[in-house]
Design a binder for this molecule. Sequence first.
Ligand code: KG4
Length: 376
Amino acid sequence: MLILSIESSCDETSLALLEGTIDPKLGFYKQVNQFKIVNSLISSQIDIHKQYGGVIPEIGARSHAEQIHILLKDLLSKVVDPQSNSFYLSQNEINYLSKLDYIFVTTEPGLVSALRVGREFAKTLQFFIHQLSGNFVEISSVNHLRGHIISSLYNMGEVVDDINIFPHLHLLVSGGNTQLILLRSPDDAEIIGQTLDDASGECFDKIGRMLGFSYPGGVWLAKTAGLEKYNKFDLPISMKGKPSFNFSYSGLKTACKYILQDPEIADFKFEERLSDLEVSDLVSNNIDNNTKLSFIRDFSISAQAVIVQQLVNQTKRAIKKYNPTTIGVSGGVSANSLLRKELGMVCGNLKLFKPHISLTGDNAVMIGLAGVSKLF
Ligand code: KG4
C-alpha cells in the first residue's frame, strides 16, 4: 500500500510517502511500525514568522500554497527521478503518483486557512491523477492530534516486537495543545485533562520572547536551560493540590512578566531582542561574568523547571489513578530533554514511548501513520 500524506495545519508544510501492508494478524503497535518512510520533507515557516514574533495565519497560508507543489516535486524526484531538474513532474513521477492507494491529509485542528491549502492540494492531485491515469485515489481526513500520538509509537520502520500498549496514557504537548489522554483502545480516547489557558509550548514561547529570544522562543529557552533544574525566582507551579488533571500557565506567565518588568530585578530591557552572539553564548553556556546573560540563563532554567514540573506532576497523578499499561509523550515540547528525563523517572518500569526527535514537531509522517491506523 502506497500512501501520500499532507500536513499544513500551522507553520510547517510537510509531505511524506509511506509504504506498508495491512495485516489483520498484527497488533496495533506492530502494524504501525510495519509502515516504512519512503521519503518525507518538511518546509518550515519559522524564518517568515519570526519577524512578527508569532504565526500570522494569512501569511502562513500563502506560504503553504507557494511551497506545497515544490515539495511534492522534491519528494517524488528523490524517489523516482533523482536526475530530473525540471520544475514540473516527469512522466515517471506521474506514473508513480498514479500508484497511490490513499492520500491522507490533516483537516483538524489547526489554522483554517492553512488547513484548506492541504485539503485543496489533495483534491487537485486526486483530480489530476484520475485524469491522467484513470486511477481514483481515495482522500481521507486525519486529526492532527491523532498524528502526534501515533508519532510516539513509531520506531522509524525498525522491526519491533508486538506489545499490547493499551490502556495507554498519553501526554500531548505542543504549541497549540496540552492534554492528558487515556486511550483504552485505538478508537476509545478520553481527554482526562487539558490546559485551561495557554498550551505548554505557547508558554515556553511567550516566556522566551519576554527574555528576548526570537520565535519560537521556547526552543532557545530550552536550549539555554539544558538539563539544569532549579527555581531561583520562586516561579509558581500551577494546579498543585487540585483534584483535576488540567493544566494552567497563565499564572506563571504573569509572574514572569512582573519579575522581568521590574528594573530592580531584571536589569535589561524587557522583550528587547537578543543578538545572535548573545543567543549563541547562552546556548553554549559561555557567559563568564556577563550579568545580563547570567540572569537570562537562571530565568530560563527556572521557567523550564516549573513548566516541566507541572506536566510531570499531572502525569504522575494520572498514572496513579488510571494504572495504564504504557505511557506516551508527543508534540513539539516532547523534544524537551528535561521533560523526557523527568517523565522517564516518573514512569519507572512502565514503558514510555517518545517520538524520534525528527517527528516531535509537525510532520506528514505522523499524518500518514495516523491515516493508515484508521484502516486496521
Ligand atoms: O508540535 P508543534 O511543532 O506545533 C504544534 O502542533 O503546535 O510544537 C511547536 C512548539 C513550539 O511552541 C515550540 O517552542 C515547542 O513546540 N518546542 C519546545 C522544544 N522544541 C519545540 N518546547 C520546549 N522544549 C523544546 N526542546
